[in-house]
Write a protein that binds this ligand. Structure first.
Ligand code: MF3
Ligand code: CO
Ligand code: CO
Length: 266
């Protein structure tokens, strides 16, 4: 194991004992994402789902990392259908066939747990189901590329090649990020790229991979609320996010579902 230090690119190399803190924070996040699945139903509002998440974060002895973050006031982001990310929970009711990403970030003992998954209210269309499956599988292809000696470009390339091979597009406007005792740290983890490019992966790096994949074009725009990002062409978008730590021979996924419910989450 490396000494704790920071690389030339500003990426923190964590010590062996830091994995335990990230594991605990990641598992708490995953447990809440497991529990929330049964609340995603036609007729439910996204504000009700967020209230449940806020309550569970507190009950489990953690703090929401998103409440108060740059003025954001909710314990989750809930992004429905053509919303790409940063959807604000509200009073609109879910309809049968809606697909949604729920993104939760907690702080436990100073460590950040950050993960998101796709859920469905009722029964999804065939194309929505396919988008969610390809997005999930693209994330896992990216994670498979994580090992010391590979590069961040290898991760992005694996995700992009998989998604575009299924005639879907990768959002360029948002990326994954370093994580640890801070929410968003270097590097920007791009979900597209070229093999061998970008910083090399080293044991002890902690970061998220969180690809957003669209059925249509990759372009996004942010609505007047300054948060909600949507696809410009109104096509459906999906996202999955894990927080991981690079190990000697691969990685540990901190946010694995304790119940095996990452996908399908319903
Ligand atoms: N959880 C998001 C991420 O994956 C960030 C949400 S910030 C918020 O990085 F303020 F919108 F909640
Ligand atoms: Co994140
Ligand atoms: Co997140």
């Amino acid at each position: 194991m490396n000494e704790a230090r920071v690389t030339r690119e500003g990426i923190r190399i964590h010590a062996a004992e830091d994995f335990a803190g990230m594991h605990a924070a990641g598992q708490l996040t995953a447990r809440i994402l497991d529990e929330v699945g049964s609340r995603v139903q036609p007729g439910a509002t996204t504000a009700e789902i967020d209230d449940f998440i806020r309550l569970r974060v507190e009950e489990l002895g953690a703090t929401s990392a998103t409440i108060g973050y740059r003025g954001y006031q909710h314990a989750s982001c809930i992004s429905v259908n053509h919303v790409v990310c940063h959807g604000i929970p509200g009073d609109k009711r879910l309809a049968d066939g809606d697909i949604l990403n729920i993104d939760v970030t907690v702080i436990l003992d100073g460590w950040f747990g950050d993960s998101s998954r796709m859920y469905v209210a009722g029964t999804p269309s065939v194309k929505a189901r396919r988008l969610m499956q390809v997005t999930h599988d693209a994330l896992m292809k990216g994670i498979e590329a994580v090992r010391p000696g590979n590069s961040f470009g290898d991760i992005g390339h694996a995700i992009q090649a998989y998604a575009e091979g299924h005639r879907m597009s990768v959002v360029r406007d948002f990326c994954g990020h370093g994580i640890g005792r801070v929410f968003h740290a270097p590097p920007n983890v791009l979900h597209f790229g070229r093999p061998g490019k970008g910083p090399l992966l080293e044991e002890g790096m902690f970061f998220t991979i969180e690809p957003m994949i669209n059925l249509g074009r990759p372009e996004t725009k942010v609505l007047a609320d300054d948060w909600t990002a949507v696809t410009r062409d109104k096509s459906l978008s999906a996202q999955f996010e894990h927080a991981i730590g690079v190990t000697a021979d691969g990685c540990e996924i901190f946010t694995l579902s304790p119940a095996g419910k990452f996908f399908p989450s319903f």
